[in-house]
Design a protein around this ligand. Sequence first.
Ligand SMILES: CC(C)(COP(=O)(O)OP(=O)(O)OC[C@H]1O[C@@H](n2cnc3c(N)ncnc32)[C@H](O)[C@@H]1OP(=O)(O)O)[C@@H](O)C(=O)NCCC(=O)NCCS
Length: 189
Amino acid sequence: MNIAPSINKIDLKLRQARQDDIPALARLIEVSVRGLGGRDYNPQQIESALKYIFGVDTRLIIEDGTYYVVEMDGYIVGAGGWSRRKTLYGGDQAKGEAEDNLLDPHRDPAKIRAFYVHPDWARQGIGRQMMSACQAAASRAGFTRLELLATLTGAPLYAACGFKEVERVEVNLPDGVLLPTIKMTKTLC
Ligand SMILES: CC(C)(COP(=O)(O)OP(=O)(O)OC[C@H]1O[C@@H](n2cnc3c(N)ncnc32)[C@H](O)[C@@H]1OP(=O)(O)O)[C@@H](O)C(=O)NCCC(=O)NCCS
């Protein structure tokens, strides 16, 4: 029987992601999506999404400082961030050469980006903790609204954090695989 370890919350440390975290983040993303995505997506959808969409957006780490990791005993068990740029989803492999222009906090919603938790540490409040950090930072930067594209796996977390569904979006991956997702928004108080 696989019993999820229980977390002593004071052992969890949230910090800004660093460039030298990137290899560990790439591994976390694969383990997270393969381990937790299976209840919502078939293996082909998972592998195609890992190939074309799910990945590290290094700009959030290196240039913007808006991506966070949660560590437990020195191991990264969760990662997630926000963005002051237009891109709504996707790692470096999804962006190509396209520019990723800055948003206007007075007019545009900040984006919530790339939340991943290690399957052994799911449902222990790590996702919620990362969302609190993102909301606080986006609010400090002057944003009053948030927007994200949720996987079906992520939607319950975002709903629990006060996001509302705007529309269902089927992302058409380059190999023809369709990935059902949900666009969600939240107004910050
Ligand atoms: C989405 C994800 C980041 C959630 O992380 P998490 O740390 O497990 O979430 P939390 O423990 O903070 O959950 C907070 C609340 O969200 C809701 N929630 C989270 N996961 C849920 C699930 N599988 N089923 C139902 N509700 C869920 C619950 O209300 C939960 O509160 P509770 O545990 O007290 O009932 C994680 O499932 C994951 O990494 N999924 C795979 C990658 C992915 O699809 N990421 C989303 C990209 S948009």
